[in-house]
Design a protein around this ligand. Structure first.
Ligand code: SF4
Length: 455
């Protein structure tokens, strides 16, 4: 009987994609997927350390797996991957002894099957003791990835990594320490993976990188991110292209012109701003001011009037005053983001802010600020979505609704989630939908006749 694996993923799209890669590697090694830890021979927890809460979830889950072993006698190999694995390494085992059999760093995931095998076959030091963990936290520079190995979760969208790591060192961010310095994938590898994704039926390609718009092809010095968009756009069968995330300071006129010129590049840009106060942005080492960000938004809208913007925002950064927070609120209102990921600041290990800046905004104040920001953002989203009522929009259907069997969901080019009734056979098709009703997080509508059933 084939051995089984389960991968649990926390965090960003990068982690989701790394999990797809690890799943493919384990399947190549003869494992089959299961969604039940009680049935799994290997449980991989792919972790995130961008927020403190995400890190705590790892320890909770590791404890649950040990209870499973103690109470049900089922004792799978437990592998910890992702940013916490890289950041904590062996400290993880000191904090919670015996909880993991494998620790695999972010740049070493290709070695997962070998590490699992090493952990499985190592003898325990003595009766009642656990086998020693197999650990690889090496910073491998190689960013090539074998074609055909990734086990893509999504039937409609394909993630394709174009850059690994980050050199920006924003003062709050742990990513440069957990994912290493910036490494670009060759353009030829990226295009081969895009072709493979399209050949396997994916309609949308999502290009991933910590700073996606910093891309320079190592195999073609003339190819920057705008050039890569052109090349991906030219691949037959690519219906939509998205990318995440660009850094505002690297958005240039070439990128704006490429987006305007290439119709299959979605009219949505996730443009993390992090704060509306120039003073706080300086302390965050973001290297742009509020005014420069707003100017960029104006240029973007001039080039692409229909573009929708989303962002990331941190409240309660060290030294953030009431006036700084007011600046965040006023920038939020001025831009009118279609969506926002907002967080209370928490100091992350190794970062400049954790080492040099006192975490001096009281927790109650951080909570009050995030509640106020999210209330404002909700109003903005509700109003923006309400404008769609009565309009016809093109929706790439990507999933069946979790709530009702007959309901589907998909997204517009501007990344608005649209719910509609329809059969699962529509998944993967682009449907014209007349919007009838809107809420803060999504809209509802009906497919316009002739329905895609006849297509
Ligand atoms: S750009 Fe800044 S926030 Fe984004 S990954 Fe790099 S260091 Fe982190």
């Amino acid at each position: 009987m084939a051995r089984k694996y389960l991968i649990e993923t926390f965090g960003c799209q990068m982690n989701v994609h790394d999990s797809e890669r690890m799943a493919g590697l384990l399947e190549q090694a003869g494992f089959e997927a299961t969604d039940d830890a009680r049935d799994a021979d290997v449980v991989v927890i792919n972790t995130c350390s961008v927020r403190e809460r995400a890190e705590e979830k790892l320890y909770t889950r590791l404890g649950e797996l040990r209870v499973l072993a103690a109470e049900h006698g089922h004792d799978p190999i437990v592998a910890v991957a992702g940013c916490v694995a890289q950041q904590e390494g062996e400290r993880l085992l000191r904090r919670a002894p015996g909880v993991a059999d494998v620790i695999v760093g972010t740049q070493a995931i290709r070695r997962l099957p070998m590490l699992v095998e090493a952990a499985r076959t190592r003898p325990a030091a003595g009766p009642g003791t656990r086998r020693p963990a197999a650990i690889d936290l090496t910073a491998y520079d190689d960013v090539t990835w074998p074609l055909g190995v990734t086990r893509r979760e999504d039937p409609v969208k394909a993630y394709v990594t174009i850059i690994e790591g980050c050199n920006e060192f924003c003062s709050f961010c742990v990513v440069p320490y957990t994912r290493g310095h910036e490494r670009m994938r060759p353009q030829a590898d990226i295009l081969a993976e895009v072709r493979e994704a399209v050949a396997s039926g994916r309609r949308e390609v999502q290009l991933l990188g910590q700073i996606v718009n910093h891309y320079r092809a190592p195999d073609d010095p003339r190819c920057d991110f705008a050039g890569l968009l052109e090349a991906v756009h030219a691949v037959d069968g690519v219906e939509r292209i998205r990318f995440a995330s660009p850094h505002p300071r690297h958005v240039d006129d070439r990128l704006l012109a490429a987006m305007a010129r290439l119709p299959r590049v979605c009219r949505h840009l996730h443009l993390p701003v992090q704060s509306g106060s120039s003073r706080v942005l300086t302390a965050m080492r973001r290297r742009y001011t509020r005014e420069q960000y707003l100017d960029l938004v104006d240029r973007l809208r001039a080039a692409l009037p229909e573009v929708a913007l989303s962002t990331d925002m941190i409240v309660g950064f060290p030294g953030e005053t009431a006036a700084d927070f007011e600046a965040t609120l006023s920038l939020t209102a001025a831009v009118g983001f279609h969506s926002m990921f907002s967080f209370k600041y928490s100091a992350r290990p190794n970062t400049l802010a954790a080492q040099r800046l006192p975490d001096d905004v009281p927790e109650t104040e951080k909570t009050a600020r995030i509640v106020a920001l999210q209330a404002l953002q909700r109003q903005i989203q509700t109003a923006l979505n309400a404008r769609l009522v009565g309009q016809e929009v093109a929706v790439l259907v990507d999933a069946a609704s979790r709530r009702r069997e007959t309901e589907l969901s998909g997204r517009t080019s501007t990344n608005v989630v649209v719910n509609l009734p329809g059969p699962p056979a529509w998944i993967g098709r682009t449907v014209t939908v007349r919007v009838e009703r809107a809420g803060p997080h999504s809209v509802w509508g009906q497919a316009v006749r002739p329905s895609p059933a006849a297509v």
